[in-house]
Design a protein around this ligand. Structure first.
Ligand code: GDP
Ligand code: MG
Length: 384
């Protein structure tokens, strides 16, 4: 049982009930009687104080830690360079969506359905000059990100802070700045909408004002010896967009971003989006952070699992695999996984089922012990 009364415990252990009550009171429990209920963790605590071995370890697990032992042990030999994962932040209307649209349109691969790009929350570009890959996440305000942030998980490496040359720093710019600092993300600043100034002098003055405002807010831009690159751009005309992409490549090289990948590494990732489609059933976008995603692999997420049936890239094309920092759409989930939830690979379906059942048991136990606490509180109140 996941909870036990003091008399049950006495029967189980043949420790005298009077002794149990005395010892429990010494340990700090109040109003202890023979029908006082102990949650599983307290039963373990009491038993360990009598040097009883507790053979069942599940109670120390939380829903978040159940799958820990599925992770492969760290092996630096499998580390490989990976693309940077980038989000765009900044004040409303300063041009975030326009930048993403520009980048996405510059890399659309036409497919058999006529080149319509799917919206899967993330896409990759190949940079025009250095021919390197960058992953852009286009849903930073999305529920999935809020959930990840709550858990202290950051999947983003670099934030592009967008500041309009017309407005300079605004309240949400400062919020984005604070977020970038707290999350430990590196930053590149894009001063946008420079095409709005046809007069070169006015354009220079506007850019200069943004620079001065950034210095006043202690943004360590390169001009004052810091490492934050500043790139004036127009997402409308495309001016300096290549330069912005190359700035990200440069920064990612300094950051030396790597992930364990290849068939030896257990796959890990995050669900970015998840939806039930009439045609294909449960579909989700998964961002791979470790390992190698392939058809037929078994993945666990929350209380559900998936035998990967299909993998599609952001252009809707079937692909045979996905590697770290790549986001793809997969099908095969038994139930819909939650956006922002972590994904981990299991050896096979039997293992996946076993672990999902274990997680459900842990959740059940946690609920029961909450009930026990409430019950004892009520009894204590009655006793007064
Ligand atoms: P968001 O709220 O940050 O996503 O901003 P949007 O990308 O939606 O842009 C807000 C408005 O500014 C839209 O009307 C865009 O067309 C316009 N805009 C964005 N970037 C530029 C730019 O570089 N130049 C010009 N002239 N307009 C821009
Ligand atoms: Mg927008």
């Amino acid at each position: 049982p996941s909870y036990t009364s003091v008399s049950d415990l006495s029967n189980m252990t043949s420790i005298k009930i009077e002794k149990l009550i005395r010892d429990l009171t010494k340990m700090g429990f109040t109003n202890v009687t023979h029908n006082y209920i102990l949650s599983r963790e307290y039963v373990e605590l009491v038993l360990s104080s009598y040097n009883y071995k507790v053979e069942d370890q599940t109670s120390s697990l939380t829903p978040e830690t159940v799958y820990e032992e599925l992770r492969s042990s760290v092996n630096p030999k499998n580390l490989k360079k990976r693309p940077p994962i980038v989000t765009i932040m900044g004040h409303v209307d300063h041009g975030k969506t326009t930048i993403l649209d520009y980048l996405r349109n510059s890399t659309i691969v036409s497919n058999e359905h006529g080149g319509i790009t799917q919206h899967i929350g993330a896409f990759q570009v190949k940079t025009p000059i250095s021919k390197r890959t960058i992953t852009f996440l286009d849903t930073p305000g999305h529920a999935a990100f809020l959930k990840m942030r709550e858990r202290g998980a950051t999947i983003t490496d670099i934030v592009i802070l967008v500041i309009s040359a017309e407005d300079s720093l605004m309240p949400q710019t400062l919020e984005a700045l604070k977020h970038a600092r707290n999350s430990g993300n590196q930053m590149v600043v894009a001063i946008t909408k420079i095409d709005r100034f046809s007069n070169p002098k006015q354009r220079e003055a506007a850019i200069e004002k943004v620079n001065l405002d950034m210095m006043n807010h202690e943004i360590p831009i390169e001009r004052i010896g810091g490492d934050v690159q500043v790139v004036p751009i127009s997402a409308r005309t495309g001016e300096n967009m290549e330069l912005l992409e190359e700035s990200i490549v440069l920064l990612s090289d300094v950051m030396d971003l790597k992930a364990e990948s290849g068939p030896q590494t257990t796959l890990e990732g995050y669900i970015l989006e998840s939806e039930m489609k009439k045609t294909t059933g449960n579909v989700s976008t998964i961002l791979v952070t470790k390992g190698e995603l392939r058809k037929g692999k078994v993945l666990i997420c929350g209380n559900t699992y998936c035998k990967v049936r299909s993998i599609k890239n952001e252009n809707g094309q079937d692909v045979s695999k996905a590697t770290p920092a790549q986001a793809v759409e997969i099908t095969g989930w038994k139930d819909l996984p939650g956006a922002g939830d972590e994904v981990i690979e299991a050896k096979n379906e039997a293992t996946a089922k076993k672990y999902v059942a274990k997680r459900l048991a842990v959740i059940q136990t946690a609920r029961e012990s909450e009930n026990v606490d409430r019950l004892n509180e009520q009894r204590a109140t009655k006793a007064l």
